[in-house]
Each structure stands twice: as structure tokens, then as C-alpha cells.
Design a protein around this ligand. Structure first.
Ligand SMILES: [Ca+2]
Ligand SMILES: [Ca+2]
Length: 560
């Protein structure tokens, strides 16, 4: 009984003591939003090695742990621990709270975060938001924190935070591409001052596996490569040009081993000039020219081959392959650094309105295939692939195809506006309100026999689907079942001749055609509405189409 009482007293005493310190088991205060941009925080980060043991505030701890918990979990699991002067706590990212874990206390800095997980890469992905959140505390009601990732003397690498103020924020850009604008390999200056808010970006991180296939601009590519592994305004204590990521002893393990794969081919990213001199700064890409392309010789686009070769890789317009030199493979610091780069790319992609995905745990067969497809250096061993692109809307994408009339329709005449609507089955498709309406533009199908386009983000279900173009009647297909991720819908032949866009082909349309009879495109009286076959001349071919569809009316039922 006495023992139980003393235990209770000891616990009570500990509880009082703990309240005097920075941490309590239980809920943490909500993170504060500083409104500092992702870019300014990336440009301002640096590692500080001698960290004060002055206590951190609960708010500082809250912002840092919250940010660490925002990163997507890669690998099978991740536990985040806060190591404080009073003990070690397990952080719960769902409830934003701490629970007691062990008596281990910090012997360096104000507190540290450390991880248990399947992958060192994963710890790196989660370190970066925490680190940037600590930088961002500058210019808020809380002081910024200095930090440093350390491993020596510990069982597991940790990110240690000191309560002393850092150097503050800077938008000064010290790196510019050594390749002149307009020449191959040039990258435009990255922005160091976005108008986003780091914390708001972290709330809405776009970690996705479904992208629309819109190619990235060179400015977007420049920004993402810089965020991942670009030079900042900082110089390290051993005289090297600092990067947006920390690196043990400023070793910079990924120097020259980051590759970009886009619609134009494969490129190696360089942040140094000369490439191996870590005291220099650069920002350029070098095309890998020795790509062997099967089939067409004109294309260096290997994205489809890459996608086919790597299980679980999403289809994306842009890939970044993070490699390690074979001498670094398996080293914890080096693997951690691949996670830093990926984490930054996710944060920056989100700030640009793009999505991001990480493919990890590549098999040795996949690594060999990646090297063969991209022709990258044999000593550069792929560790992870970062996919980047616009986020595909949730729901199904619907591939629409229609046949366009007119024997003399030129190639350009297959590119037409197409209004596609999705209705509840049985709806009045002429006057009713659709569930979805898309103003699309067609392209000629690869086979050349149809005009095709894509409607994105349709919730799976059954719909009456309609389509019409500028001078056609409306076709309808009833009770079409749409399922994710993709459904193809053939909406049949669109009937030409409806010049005035009402729902019938009749004398009104003929009257419009007769006023511009035999007009060609250059003439003032030319009226595109009656150039039904889009060949730039209004003649007997157009009249024949109108006559063939005479008195037909919308909606034209397409049965199958
Ligand atoms: Ca008409
Ligand atoms: Ca014509």
C-alpha cells in the first residue's frame, strides 16, 4: 500500500514538474499560421550545429511536430517522437497530441524529433516540413528555431532544434543558370518569394497518384528542381554553398544524380559549376543524349517506357528520378537526403498548384530497367521516383468519341468545339439542367476515324450523355454507365447542317447557307456556321450535308 501511495505521489510530482517544462502529455496548442511562403523558408534554411539547451515553447514544439505529421507516410509505418528535456513522447498526428513514451531526454538542443519507420527515405520526407515550419516561425509571435539533423552518438538520426533565433528570412537569390536564356539547359530563375503560406500549403499537401497529362512549364520545372536541391543564400560552416536541404557534413550525396524525365527526354540536374565543386552554385539541366528509342527515332520521350517498367508508378507528365552514387547506397544519411529532396518537391509542387507522388522500394530489376530506359550513368542507382503534374479531378475520366461528317474535311477540321453534358437518366436533355457540362475541344483520333476528347471528374454512375458541335444537332446516348478510372463513350455521328444552333435542320439553316454560297474563307461574306465540313469553302458539299439531314431534329438517339 505504501509503495502504491509513493508511486502515485511520484506521478503527481512528475506531473507538476512536467507542467513547468515545455511539454505535457495530451493535446498541443493549435499550430499558428505565419504566412511566410514555402519559397522564402526554403531559401532561408540552414543548419546550426551548436544548439542552445534553452527550453522551447509549447507553441514551437506544436508547430514543428504538426508539420512533421503532415508528410505522407511512405513505407509501411512511421512513428514520430518528440524528445524533450523531460522525456520522450509519441506524437499522434491525427489528434495533434502527445503521449508518454520513455525516460530518454535530450542532451543537445531544446528538443529533437526522431522516427521509427520502415524507410530512412520516409524520415527525410517528414523532416523537411518540420524544418521549414521552424524556419517559418520567424516573423510570428514565436521565435524561429535553429536546427540540425544529427546521428552520431544516437541510435537513430534525429532533427535537433535549438531555441536560439536563426538568421531570419531572406529572398536573396544567389543562383542563376550559367546557361544563357534560350539555349538548351537553361533554367529560369526560381522564385524565392511566393505568395503562398507554408502552413496552409502543409494543410493541403497534394500527395496524389492520379495526374492529368499536361506538361509542366520550364518555370515550374525550374522551381521544383530548385526546391528539391537548389542553392540558397546560405554558406555552410565548411565553406560550401548551402542547399534547400540539409546534408550531413555538407556532403550533398545527390550531387549530379538527380534526373528529370519529361516530354522532351531525360535531363541531369546540376546545381554546381563545375559539377562536382560544392563551393559553387548553378541551376541548369543537361540533356542525356544517348537514349536508344525503339520505333520512332524522332522522340526522346521515355515516360511510357518508364511507367511500364516500374510497378505502382503513376502516369504523370513529369518524373524526377532520385539516384545515389553506388558508393553511397545503403548509407543512412544519403538515404535520408533522398527523402529531404522528395519532401521539398512535394511541398513546392503543392504551392504551385500541382500534385506529387513518391515511388519507393524499387526492385533491383526495376532499377536496372530505369537505367536502361533513361541511359543514366551506370553508377547512379535509382532510389525513388517523384511524379509531378496537375492533379486529376476526383471521379472518372470519360473518353468521348464522335464521327464528323464531310468527305473533304481536312485534318484541322477534326478539331472542333464539343459541348458534352451528363444528365440524370430520363431527363429532358434539350431544356433540363445537366449534372455536368463540359466545353471541350476535340482532337483527331490516332486512327483518324473519329474526333475525341476527355471529360474529367465525373462521379461514377448512370447518365444520359449528350454531345453537339457548332453546326450539328445534339446526339444523346441514354443510361450510360460511367465507372472509374476511365470509361469510353461513342456518341455516334454528329449530323451537320444546323447553322443557327436551334434543334432542327430546316429552311432557316438553308437561308444562312444561301447568303454565303460559294464564299471562301478570305471573303467577308464567309460564314463558318455553314462550312459544315470545315474546308474553308461553302459549296455543294456543304449543301449536300444539309440536304442529307433535312428536317432531322435534336436529340438524335444513339443506341449503341
Ligand atoms: Ca437549325
Ligand atoms: Ca465546306
Amino acid at each position: 500500500m505504501r509503495m502504491i501511495m509513493s508511486t502515485i505521489l511520484a506521478l503527481a510530482f512528475c506531473s507538476v514538474l512536467c507542467q513547468a517544462q515545455i511539454v505535457n502529455a495530451g493535446n498541443l496548442p493549435s499550430p499558428i499560421v505565419t504566412r511566410n511562403s514555402v519559397e522564402v523558408c526554403l531559401n532561408s534554411r540552414y543548419s546550426q550545429h551548436n544548439l542552445s539547451r534553452t527550453s522551447a515553447s509549447t507553441q514551437q514544439l506544436s508547430n514543428v511536430l504538426w508539420a512533421a505529421g503532415r508528410a505522407p507516410v511512405t513505407g509501411s509505418y512511421r512513428n514520430i517522437y518528440g524528445v524533450t528535456p523531460t522525456g520522450t513522447y509519441l506524437y499522434n498526428p491525427v489528434s495533434h497530441s502527445l503521449s508518454w513514451h520513455s525516460n530518454e531526454v535530450t542532451n543537445d538542443g531544446a528538443f529533437a524529433i526522431r522516427y521509427e519507420g520502415e524507410l530512412d527515405f520516409d524520415a527525410g520526407v517528414s523532416f523537411m516540413p518540420a524544418l521549414l515550419a521552424s524556419v517559418s516561425l520567424c516573423k510570428s509571435t514565436e521565435s524561429p528555431m535553429a536546427s540540425c539533423p544529427k546521428g552520431i552518438g544516437y541510435a537513430k538520426t534525429r532533427l535537433i532544434f535549438g531555441a536560439q533565433a536563426g538568421k531570419g528570412l531572406t529572398t536573396q537569390l544567389l543562383v542563376h543558370s550559367s546557361v544563357p536564356e534560350g539555349e538548351p539547359g537553361h533554367l529560369p530563375d526560381p522564385s524565392t518569394a511566393g505568395d503562398n503560406s507554408l502552413e496552409e500549403v502543409l494543410v493541403n499537401l497534394k500527395y496524389v497518384s492520379s495526374f492529368t497529362q499536361t506538361n509542366l512549364t520550364l518555370q515550374q520545372i525550374s522551381q521544383i528542381l530548385w526546391a528539391g536541391y537548389g542553392c540558397t543564400a546560405h554558406t555552410t560552416t565548411n565553406g560550401r554553398a548551402g542547399l534547400t536541404v540539409p546534408s550531413a557534413f555538407a556532403s550533398y550525396y545527390l550531387t549530379g544524380s538527380i534526373y528529370l524525365v519529361n516530354e522532351n527526354g531525360v535531363y541531369r540536374y546540376h546545381n554546381r559549376n563545375p559539377s562536382t565543386n560544392l563551393t559553387t552554385r548553378d541551376h541548369r539541366i543537361e540533356k542525356i543524349t544517348s537514349i536508344r528509342v525503339r520505333g520512332s527515332l524522332q522522340s526522346n520521350d521515355v515516360r511510357d517506357s518508364l511507367w511500364s517498367a516500374v510497378g505502382g508508378l503513376p502516369e504523370a507528365p513529369c518524373y524526377v528520378i532520385l539516384c545515389l552514387d553506388s558508393s553511397y547506397v545503403g548509407q543512412e544519411y544519403a538515404q535520408l537526403e533522398t527523402g529531404f529532396v522528395a519532401g521539398n518537391m512535394l511541398i513546392q509542387a503543392t504551392a504551385l498548384g500541382l500534385g506529387c507522388h513518391f515511388k519507393t522500394k524499387l526492385t533491383s530489376a526495376e532499377r536496372k530497367s530505369i537505367q536502361a530506359i533513361t541511359s543514366i550513368s551506370a553508377s547512379h542507382i535509382p532510389q525513388a521516383i517523384v511524379s509531378i503534374g496537375p492533379v486529376a479531378p476526383a471521379g472518372a475520366s470519360v473518353s468521348i468519341s464522335v464521327f464528323l461528317q464531310g468527305d473533304s474535311r481536312p485534318d484541322a477540321g477534326w478539331v472542333v468545339p464539343l459541348i458534352v453534358k451528363f444528365f440524370t437518366p430520363g431527363a429532358n436533355v434539350l431544356n433540363g439542367t445537366p449534372t455536368y457540362e463540359f466545353n471541350l475541344t476535340t482532337a483527331r483520333s490516332t486512327a483518324g476515324s473519329t474526333a475525341v476528347c476527355e471529360a474529367m471528374g465525373v462521379a461514377p454512375g448512370s447518365y444520359d450523355v449528350t454531345a453537339r458541335s457548332e453546326s450539328t444537332l445534339m446526339n444523346v446516348k441514354r443510361s450510360v454507365v460511367i465507372s472509374a478510372p476511365n470509361t469510353s463513350v461513342d456518341l455516334g455521328t454528329l449530323l451537320e447542317g444546323n447553322a443557327n444552333q436551334d434543334n432542327i435542320i430546316d429552311l432557316d439553316d438553308y437561308a444562312i447557307l444561301s447568303t454565303c454560297w460559294l464564299a471562301s474563307k478570305a471573303q467577308a461574306c464567309f460564314d463558318l456556321r455553314t462550312d459544315f465540313d470545315r474546308n474553308g469553302l461553302i459549296d455543294a458539299a456543304d449543301l449536300c450535308l444539309l440536304a442529307a439531314n433535312w428536317l432531322r431534329s435534336s436529340p438524335v438517339q444513339i443506341l449503341r
